[in-house]
Design a protein around this ligand. Structure first.
Ligand SMILES: [Zn+2]
Length: 185
């Protein structure tokens, strides 16, 4: 028995789109869902632009296994679900994502260049100073990666089961979607 019913079998309240709807504060879609031509972030016209977003998700409880990294990795590989959805984004948010990506690449190259220059200045016998420079560079690169991920994120997956994907999206966009009607239990 599937964990959730196929959304295509459920009715929605007067929607022309039957496979994209609102479930509480989340949108529910499927990989081949037809999205309305409005930005999922700000609800402005997307003018036909779509961008593929690769989403991956596993049960939140698995994070408790991070205390035992090998076990977490095995469980995450076994239980992670992925889906790619083509979502509409307006030109303003496309530009914002591109700017973030460009800035993060420029920052990462600056960090790598600075670390290389720093290592040149460190005396060869000063192992501690060399390790400190490398760790500082690595920390900055991780910070840049996290910043880029958060800044350029369009949707955040909250659950993936069967072909159904629950994601966050902009408040106005979400409000415009038909509500998911669950069959009586
Ligand atoms: Zn937008």
């Amino acid at each position: 028995m599937p964990l959730v019913p196929d959304l295509l079998q459920l009715s929605t309240d007067g929607a022309s789109i039957t496979d994209l709807c609102r479930d509480g504060d989340l949108a529910v879609c499927q990989p081949d869902s037809q999205w309305p031509d409005r930005c999922v972030i700000c609800n402005s016209p997307a003018n036909g632009y779509r961008t593929p977003i690769r989403l991956s998700w596993h049960p939140t409880e698995l994070y408790f296994l991070l205390f035992i990294p090998p076990l977490y990795m095995v469980a995450a590989i076994a239980l992670t679900r992925s889906a790619t959805v083509n979502v509409p984004i307006c030109s303003q948010h496309v530009r914002r994502r591109r700017r973030s990506l460009f800035l993060s690449v420029a920052l990462a190259l600056t960090v790598v260049g600075s670390c290389s220059a720093g290592l040149e200045l460190v005396p060869k016998q000063n192992f501690t100073a060399a390790v400190t420079v490398c760790l500082a560079g690595l920390t900055l690169l991780i910070a840049i990666l996290v910043w880029t991920t958060l800044r350029s994120r369009v949707l955040e997956p909250r659950r993936i089961q069967e072909r159904n994907v629950w994601v966050t999206c902009g408040r106005d966009f979400l409000a415009s979607l038909p509500t998911l009607e669950r069959p009586p239990s």
